[in-house]
Design a protein around this ligand. Structure first.
Ligand SMILES: [Zn+2]
Length: 71
């Protein structure tokens, strides 16, 4: 479990996430491209597939205090 968490943290630091890509038809590495919206409970991001460059939106439910804070 701790290894999974560590891996997740490393992914976040690298700015990439493993997400389902509708164009590739499988889970591929997506790079953070743009922050679309930040709410108190989640962050909405524009993600780009590193395989085919297709972009999609993705909601990150990580508590915002670990990420961007709006004051
Ligand atoms: Zn793709």
């Amino acid at each position: 479990m701790e290894d999974d968490e560590l891996h997740f943290m490393q992914d976040m630091l690298a700015g990439t996430e493993l997400l389902m890509c509708s164009a590739c038809g499988e889970e591929t590495l997506h790079a953070h491209e743009e922050v679309l919206d930040v709410s108190p409970v989640a962050t909405e991001l524009k993600m780009q597939c590193t395989c085919c460059q297709t972009t999609r939106t993705w909601t990150d439910w990580t508590p915002p205090h670990q990420r961007i804070q709006l004051n």
